[in-house]
Design a protein around this ligand. Structure first.
Ligand code: ZN
Length: 218
């Protein structure tokens, strides 16, 4: 949990700078006070709130995720892998909530930080994991192509990446993960309908929460 709180405190600045419209470069300054962020790594590596406003929520959330992973998984070799993958995971959720986008590079970072160590730990699971990624990615791609598409291409890529990572834990983990994601998404959609607040729902956070359920439940 200490790891989660410490690492999570660095997320607000990165998420803030990457919460931009499609194709736009990362923010170079704070929109509230016009203060310019330092160039290079110093502008990205920053603990605490990004600048004006914003809180310590990411640090708290990541601490809770880390605590849940440690408590439910126990001291298995996969634990540090998932703790590390939680960083790009939470970043993606924050950015998707902010601007309905899932930047490719972050999805790639998530797939690699999780996928490479998992493949080294269990080489015999690489094929099933790739199969899970292909199945979920394929189904989501078809859904994204439908006329009234509920999924964006970012969701397709994130779904495929998470299915690949869950595939290392087996097909039951994949089923629990994606079942949970769609239940969550359905509940949010129903709640928005009841409260008459029609707005697009980012699917990334539900996918990532589902991943957490899948990886810890099975
Ligand atoms: Zn500011």
């Amino acid at each position: 949990m200490a790891f989660g709180a410490a690492a999570g405190s660095f997320l607000p600045r990165i998420a803030y700078r990457l919460t931009v419209p499609f194709g736009a470069p990362p923010r170079t300054s704070c929109a509230d006070c016009d203060r310019t962020f330092p160039a290079g790594a110093a502008g990205w590596v920053h603990s605490g709130p990004s600048c004006c406003g914003g809180g310590h929520a990411p640090a708290v959330v990541l601490a809770l995720i880390a605590g849940a992973l440690a408590a439910l998984l126990g001291p298995v070799p996969e634990l540090p892998v998932h703790l590390l993958a939680a960083l790009p995971g939470l970043l993606l959720a924050m950015i998707d909530l902010g601007c309905l986008r899932l930047p490719d590079r972050l999805v790639g970072a998530l797939a690699l930080t999780g996928g490479i160590p998992l493949a080294l730990l269990a080489p015999d699971r690489i094929l099933p994991a790739l199969a899970a990624g292909a199945v979920v990615g394929g189904i989501y791609l078809v859904i994204a192509m439908l006329p009234r598409r509920g999924l964006g291409l970012g969701d397709v890529k994130l779904g495929a990446a998470l299915a690949f990572l869950l595939g290392f834990a087996g097909w039951p983990a994949v089923a629990v993960g994606f079942g949970t994601a769609h239940l969550l998404n359905g509940a949010i959609a129903a709640w928005l309908l009841v409260t008459r607040r029609a707005r697009p729902i980012p699917f990334g956070p539900a996918l990532l929460a589902g991943f957490l359920a899948g990886v810890t439940a099975v």
